[in-house]
Design a protein. Structure first.
Length: 467
């Protein structure tokens, strides 16, 4: 087939990218193709086409690969030029569901590579496939994974590893860092063009607003507040919430050293480079506000000709983020707790559960709330839960067990299972990967081998960026 690519980003935003072709994969081999996603996008692909087109071995007809420019605050420090150092946007496809980017990740050096080799190993690319597809299965906004292709070459990451390319599908790759790139250069013309493009692509109704740029800030705040609340409900830790990893569309993007918390501990960190815990589980709502403040800074010149008033407008929105996030978090917790409607006691019940369950498995605690016999073994000391459970039962009422089973996954990408699958895949055995993938794509169906926490000897889990 021929992919009907459009190139609105390149067409509408000159000066925001560089044209560069992906490296040619010497011996592409398809590892996994997301056929259900391909069908949703209207793509009828053979394995051979997927292997060639999504590895860089050959370009699909109509592709016009580019590397996008962006900046970003990384662990709080500003880098004025980052950009796609190992990614190539092939173009966009337009479907009845909307416009989507198709991007290759791990596809070779670009002018933004900053000394890196532009490549990726099989493990990190399959990790992104697993985690992003699980997020989609539980309804969390996310970029999607279309394919992973082994390139047939080896790359060096402390040791030699087989290389791979991920084909990623996204509503767009516009980031907070995209706006920062041009704002840092005083290029307000491109900031305005980016804002107009973001509105047209993601928030078209805002074009008619009295102040469309303020409305854009409001819309991104709303989507990101809901997104981070969903992360918290799922026990998900992104690991690198830099501003270049916050998408204007409100999707989860750039899965690197991410993982799901098992034993509940607010300070949980998995990333090997997050030495200060900046992006720990409990800090993610705080970083949400910090990152959105950086977006607001880029938009201030557009908000009002009177810059004092523009700053006041931006600050008014920023001071409301905590309340907006709390509303979204409480909605997520009500679902997880099996509540119907709203009650003034809900926040206290949710917070008291978190106090009582510290150290217990996050996923299984919620899944087993209606079954005390199954719940007790998760706790070393069940005393606080014995006090809490009667309050919960009164508030949850009839049918809570059914609602809990519908809202809380039985299966998540357990860290030890992910590592088993990736280690086997690196050695050429994809069977564990496909078994895990099948389980997490049906996350509300109990599948015991994939439900249990890591065994005692698994140790502290550490993840890496994979660059």
């Amino acid at each position: 087939m021929t992919l009907a690519f459009d190139h609105s980003y390149a067409r509408d935003l000159p000066g925001t990218f560089l044209r560069v072709a992906p490296d040619v994969a010497p011996a592409p081999r398809l590892l996994v193709l997301n056929r259900s996603l391909a069908d949703q996008l209207g793509l009828s692909l053979t394995d051979a086409q997927a292997a060639d087109w999504f590895s860089g071995a050959s370009l699909p007809p109509g592709a016009d690969p580019i590397a996008q420019a962006y900046a970003g605050h990384q662990f709080g420090g500003f880098s004025p030029q980052l950009g796609d150092g190992r990614a190539h946007l092939l173009g966009e496809i337009v479907t009845p569901q909307g416009r989507f980017d198709i991007q290759l990740k791990g596809s070779g050096r670009t002018p933004f590579s900053r000394g890196g080799d532009g490549k990726a190993a099989i493990g990190p690319m399959l990790r992104e496939y697993l985690i992003s597809e699980f997020m989609a299965a539980i309804g969390v906004p996310t970029t999607r994974s279309l394919a992973v292709v082994a390139t047939g070459e080896e790359i060096w990451r402390e040791t030699r590893l087989p290389g791979a390319v991920l084909a990623r599908v996204a509503a767009s790759h516009l980031r907070v860092g995209t706006f920062q790139f041009f704002a840092a250069r005083g290029d307000q013309a491109n900031v305005r063009r980016l804002a107009d493009y973001a509105i047209a692509r993601h928030y078209p109704d805002l074009a008619q607003a009295d102040n469309p740029y303020l409305a854009l800030l409001d819309a991104v705040i709303a989507r990101q507040s809901r997104l981070i609340a969903e992360w918290m409900g799922a026990g998900f830790i992104h690991g690198v919430m830099n501003t270049d990893n916050m998408a204007i569309s409100g999707e989860t993007i750039d899965y690197g050293p991410c993982a799901f918390m098992e034993s509940y501990a607010p300070g949980t960190v998995f990333s090997s480079i997050d030495h200060q815990g900046r992006y720990a589980y409990a800090n993610q709502p705080l970083v949400l506000g910090w990152n959105l403040a950086r977006l607001a800074e880029t938009l201030v010149p557009l908000l009002d000709p009177d810059q004092t008033r523009a700053v006041d407008l931006a600050n008014d929105r920023l001071t409301g983020i905590a309340g907006r996030y709390h509303t979204e978090w409480l909605a997520a917790m009500r679902r997880k707790l099996g509540f119907v409607g709203e009650d003034d006691s809900d926040g206290a019940i949710a917070n008291d559960l978190l106090t009582a369950m510290e150290g217990a498995d996050w996923t299984l605690t919620f899944r087993r709330l209606a079954d005390e016999t199954a719940l007790r073994p998760l706790f070393d000391d069940f005393t606080r839960m014995e006090v809490w459970l009667p309050r919960w039962r009164v508030r949850a009422g009839d049918g809570a067990a059914r609602r809990i089973a519908q809202a809380n996954p039985a299966v998540i990408p357990r860290n030890h299972k992910v590592e088993e699958a990736l280690a086997a895949a690196t050695e050429g055995n994809m069977t564990p990967f496909h078994a895990l993938l099948a389980a997490i794509q049906q996350p509300f169906t109990e599948a015991e081998p994939f439900m249990l926490p890591a065994p005692t000897g698994f140790g502290r889990y550490v993840t890496f960026c994979g660059t």
